[in-house]
Design a protein around this ligand. Sequence first.
Ligand code: NAD
Length: 251
Amino acid sequence: MILDKFSLNGKVAVVTGSDTGLGQGVSKAFVEAGAKVLGVSRVSSEDTQKMLGEDNFKFVIADLAALDPIDMIINTAVKEFGRLDILVNNAGVIKREDCIDFSVKNWDLVMNVNCRTLFFLSQAAAKQFMKQNSGGKIISIASMLSYQGGIRVPSYTASKSAVKGITMTMANEWAQHGINVNAIAPGYMATNNTQALRADAARSEAILDRIPAGRWGTPDDIMGAAVFLASSASDYVNGFTIAVDGGWLGR
Ligand code: NAD
């Protein structure tokens, strides 16, 4: 039955940025679909654990600005739940400054979290999938700024454009191993990431005016796409970035 293909029963996922926002929504979706989840964030994910239960959701605290935690993350998922089937690269940061004054610090931090660690964590997950000979699913959270320039966020735009590109590169190489690498490009979602935009009345109105659906998205809005890309329903989807944007890109 087609709906069985969307089930994540028996699957084990790592979701980064699991304490809040979209990562919390994805963790909830995966547990509801039958998976066990190891959350990773630089702060505690205990709110998410309270919501989902200790049997279904465990977490580690790790700073993904550096590569050092990668082995620990994969090893903990395997130790706690016995295997790894799904990686969601959701953790991300955004720094707003005019291009003319943009600092090296804000360039490096955003590129390290959103792009460098995302790539090497994906590499480590793919190695684990190959070791298990199980195939697997890698889903990265991209952005509208994988397609557009944005305003005052050059390192974010660079990192999210890179996410879309390396999603295709990894998919090209790993599809032969039964590994699907795809991305989700959320539109403008009401989370911490967009707090500053929503607090700026003029920007907020301009953004809302341009969204055909007429509202900001929520973490619930990406649950369907996340489960689809994590499940065998998407076994022949490789290297694609799916927009979940209330129509923003089509405008
Ligand atoms: P958010 O700021 O609430 O979440 C960011 C998450 O990343 C948090 O869980 C945070 O703890 C984690 N994180 C940040 N830096 C980290 C680090 N150094 N180490 C470990 N974890 C770290 O906002 P969100 O909207 O939930 O963002 C989730 C993802 O979605 C991000 O990649 C973001 O770029 C992307 N995104 C968001 C929107 C939006 O409109 N909200 C749109 C497009 C893409």
